[in-house]
Design a protein around this ligand. Structure first.
Ligand code: NAD
Length: 359
């Protein structure tokens, strides 16, 4: 039976990346019924809403989506589609595998780690009090009564971390490790300084870890983790982190495997799962058939895994890896110089992956 999936092209280079990804997913032989819906700047210009209700309704119905990047214009009052999606669908786990493929220029050719980022709490919860507002003054007065002095000219962002949020993300990391045959989960935190938020995250991780005796557990202070990821990356496997550290370490991981062009991701929630690249809409390349579709194609691989299409996932990943390793029919960013005339476009890269799968 065909899998019904919500297909969101996004904007900027999103539509061309989604088209390349749709074609390679279909070439695996798995059948899809795409429910195509808009989101982002183009949807905003057409309907006045960057995230039309029909798009959300489709995701709630199909419970699986693949999405191209969407632009968040700076200073326009236009809400981020990604933040909306995360909140509405409770996409609490952001899973970003970072694996260096042969043929990609990187100083870390052995890297094969998975970042599991909590996606709903922490400093991203959006609980902020602007400097100079009555709410800010009220909060500072309450803090003063509790013995904490905050300077009058401060802006304040709150960092909530709950037992509930920590437990479900830590369990997700262990379950992911178990399903994927990985050996170790590392919890990263700054519990030595933030004893009641990061400290709670660590306490929960330590309590949950014995439920998974087949998987090794350790913890690292976040700054030490960053240091060690660069000096001894082979010691890391699955890393689970609160939201902000997860965001930063995801980009560190993307840099280690050759850049944003290779960083795919899965946002898993209680209501649905949405698969998308880590990178943004790269608007300067819009319509040029130029950018690298690998990150979105790898997100497609993770979607196949989520749909229990394991054989198709391996077939697609291996075809992508071969095309990258051979280095001939690849986009400009995979060539020795960015103006290499032998670089191909987004669509031709997809053709090469498809040919690799059918030969
Ligand atoms: P970006 O990721 O779009 O671009 C950063 C750099 O990486 C640019 O030089 C770009 O050309 C390059 N790049 C990105 N993807 C590439 C690819 N597939 N192949 C080759 N090169 C690639 O980041 P930005 O410029 O900071 O953001 C642009 C817009 O995207 C912003 O509006 C931002 O809010 C949005 N954004 C969306 C998402 C999302 O939808 N998930 C994620 C991040 C940023």
């Amino acid at each position: 039976m065909a899998h019904e999936v919500t297909l969101i092209p996004g904007d900027g280079t999103g539509p061309e990346l989604i088209e390349a990804t749709r074609r390679v997913l279909e070439a695996t032989g798995v059948e899809f019924q795409w429910d195509r819906h808009e989101a982002g700047v183009d949807a905003f210009e057409a309907t006045g809403n960057p995230f039309p209700d029909a798009t959300m309704a489709s995701l709630k119905r199909t419970r699986v989506g693949i999405k191209g990047p969407t632009t968040t214009p700076v200073g326009s009052g236009f809400r981020s589609v990604n933040v909306l999606l995360r909140k509405e669908l409770d996409l609490y786990a952001c899973i970003r595998p970072c694996k260096a493929y042969e043929g990609v220029r990187t100083r870390f050719p052995e890297v094969d780690i998975v970042i599991v980022r909590e996606n709903t709490e922490d400093l991203y919860a959006g609980i902020e009090f602007e400097r100079g507002t009555p709410e800010n003054a009220e909060l500072r007065a309450a803090l003063e009564r509790l013995g904490a002095h905050v300077r009058e000219d401060s802006g304040i962002s709150i960092k909530p971390i709950s037992v509930f949020g920590s437990e479900r993300i830590v369990r997700k990391a262990f379950e992911y490790a178990r399903e994927r045959g990985r050996d170790k989960v590392t919890a990263a935190h700054k519990a030595n300084i933030m004893k009641f938020s990061d400290g709670l995250f660590l306490e929960v991780a330590r309590r949950v870890a014995p439920d998974y005796p087949d998987i090794e557990f350790e913890d690292r202070i976040i700054d030490n983790l960053c240091n060690q990821l660069i000096s001894r990356p082979e010691e890391y496997d699955v890393i689970v982190l609160p939201n902000l550290y997860g965001d930063i370490v995801s980009d560190l991981g993307a840099g280690m495997i050759g850049g944003l062009g290779f960083a795919g991701g899965a946002n898993i929630g209680t209501e649905a799962a949405v698969f998308e690249a880590t990178h943004g809409s790269a608007p300067k390349y819009k319509g040029l058939n130029k950018v690298n579709p690998t990150a979105l194609m790898l997100s497609g691989v993770y979607m196949l895994e989520h749909l229990s299409e394991e054989a198709a996932a391996r077939k697609l990943e291996s075809a992508i890896a071969t095309v990258i390793r051979e280095g001939e029919r690849v986009t400009y960013d995979l060539k020795p110089t960015r103006d290499d005339p032998s670089a191909v476009g987004t669509s031709e890269f997809a053709n090469a992956v498809i040919e690799e799968m059918i030969t």
